[in-house]
Design a protein around this ligand. Structure first.
Ligand SMILES: [Ca+2]
Ligand SMILES: [Ca+2]
Length: 489
């Protein structure tokens, strides 16, 4: 009797453990998501996008094993609006989130991208900057008790981690390039072009700490799939990296700058002259070249941190069931038209690098238009989750099987700071300032003028194109504004 009881209990235990195993297995069968985002990274700086000077072996390796998108665009050309958009699933003009705030007050209880995964049983975490954080101000290490969460959204995460670092105060050889023509200004903070060839190793700085924390999280075993966001702050200014990353770009004088064309600005409306230029930053050619070198060293340093995270993923044995995404919140000018930094709606600033690697899918290069807004629905679909009704992006997952697949005829991006709108079509790039175009317009024929030196807006032969683009923009804005939020009002 005793023996019988024991054996039936054993059966029960066995049955329970089989059930538990099946349960655990089915949960672990769900794909993990590793979302890596750099800050202010232009695709033009990456060797996998054709740069022959800047060295990015780790991002290149990821690109070679995944799908690299050549026409990916952000929805807002600086941190706040871009990040609020792809995390919330709404275009900037749908939520009214045009600045540096988190989108929660506007979106109510609608789930953000990571929150949707959290709600579906995922462990959702971020390390460092995913929603907006000021750089360097928001990540500068001011000691304990300081709130480093920036414009973050607590509901989006199971856990969140910040990575304070010394930023422009890092020990080393520093120089302020911007607004410093007589060279008398010390190294300063804020959104300023500063280069610091820093003492010490990777982990002195924010991104080194971010990589170390991400590696630690990847090594932990848990019974849930994960959605892990890893946000690097380089190459956002200040251009601070360990000195070891600088030698390939020195002497700075050997670096090339984009061509300077006489009269290039003559056909650009005032709002189209970027907010930072060689002229208003008072940067001579020496300083411009050093800005490029400092940017490249920051990119190389960030690339090395990406490598550590990808190595940790492989070492954890989860590479075969983890989707990896690498991108940036927007692009950056490195002297094209004597423009610097972000905000502009030209390709260098509105375009982003985008690599998506899904286990079991063939590597490819995809030239179809995609938007950062598409990541939320695409990754939800790849992981077998429903796509929430409010999400305005499109599922591009078919492109990962067939790189010829298309879901949109153009990409849409905005520069709220300039009341600027971009319709980036296959051949034509159209930019308009103010909804009534009172700030001017730009039209570039990228077939014959890929660098956008010649604004065709007043050319007689192109007036039908201008009309078509203007009406496309009006229609797109109307679509953006007709959404789950507006229908709720
Ligand atoms: Ca940014
Ligand atoms: Ca021009």
């Amino acid at each position: 009797m005793k023996r019988q009881l024991f054996s039936s209990m054993a059966c029960l235990l066995l049955a329970f453990s089989i059930h538990a195993n099946t349960f655990a297995k089915s949960r672990n069968d769900r794909l993990n998501v590793l979302f890596i985002i750099s800050d202010d990274l232009t695709y033009t700086a990456l060797s996998c996008y054709g740069n022959t000077v800047c060295q990015t072996p780790n991002i290149d390796a990821l690109a070679a094993s995944g799908t690299r998108f050549t026409r990916a665009y952000c929805q807002g050309t600086y941190c706040g609006p871009s990040r609020a958009s792809f995390m919330s699933g709404f275009y900037p003009h749908a939520t009214g989130v045009l600045g540096y705030k988190n989108p929660r007050p506007q979106i109510g209880d609608r789930a953000t991208w990571s929150q949707h995964f959290k709600d579906n049983g995922y462990y959702a975490a971020r390390v460092s900057k995913i929603f907006h954080m000021g750089v360097p101000g928001g990540v500068e290490d001011h000691g304990p008790g300081r709130d480093y969460n920036g414009a973050d959204d607590a509901l989006s995460w199971t856990e969140r981690f910040n990575s304070p670092g010394p930023e422009w105060r890092a020990a080393g050889d520093g120089e302020t390039l911007e607004g410093n023509p007589d060279g008398k200004k010390p190294v300063v903070g804020g959104n300023t072009f500063v280069v610091v060839e820093a003492d010490g190793d990777d982990e002195v700085h924010s991104d080194g700490k971010t990589a170390a924390k991400a590696c630690e999280l990847l090594q932990l075993s848990r019974d849930q799939p994960f959605w892990l966001g890893v946000g690097f702050v380089r190459p956002h200014v200040p251009f601070v990296a360990p000195a070891a990353y600088f030698p390939p770009y020195k002497p700075y004088s050997k670096l090339n700058l984009p061509p300077k064309i006489d009269g290039d600005w003559d056909d650009i409306p005032k709002a189209g002259i970027n907010y930072k230029t060689s002229k208003n930053m008072k940067m001579d050619v020496r300083r411009q070249k050093k800005a490029v070198g400092g940017y490249y060293a920051s990119v190389a340093y960030m690339d090395a941190q990406v490598g550590k995270v990808l190595d940790a993923l492989e070492a954890s044995g989860q590479e075969d069931n983890t989707i990896v995404i690498f991108t940036s919140d927007h692009g950056y000018h490195l002297g094209e038209h004597d423009f610097w930094a972000k905000v502009s709606l030209r390709d260098e600033s509105a375009g982003v690098p985008l690599i998506i690697r899904v286990p079991g899918k063939q590597p490819a290069v995809c030239h179809s238009f995609v938007e950062l807004l598409d990541l939320y629905p695409t990754v939800a679909s790849l992981c077998g989750l429903e796509i929430p009704e409010h999400v305005q992006g499109k599922d591009i997952s078919k492109m990962l099987d067939d790189p010829e697949h298309q879901v949109r005829e153009f990409a849409f991006s905005v520069a709220p700071m300039r009341k600027g709108f971009l319709i980036r079509g296959d051949r034509f790039a159209f930019i308009q300032y103010n909804e009534d175009a009172s700030g001017g317009m730009e039209l570039f024929d990228t077939d014959v003028d890929p660098q956008g030196y010649r604004n065709l807006i007043d050319e007689e032969n192109y007036q039908d194109v201008v009309m078509r683009m203007r009406s496309t923009l009006t229609q797109k804005l109307a679509e953006v504004r007709d959404n789950d939020l507006s229908r709720d009002r």
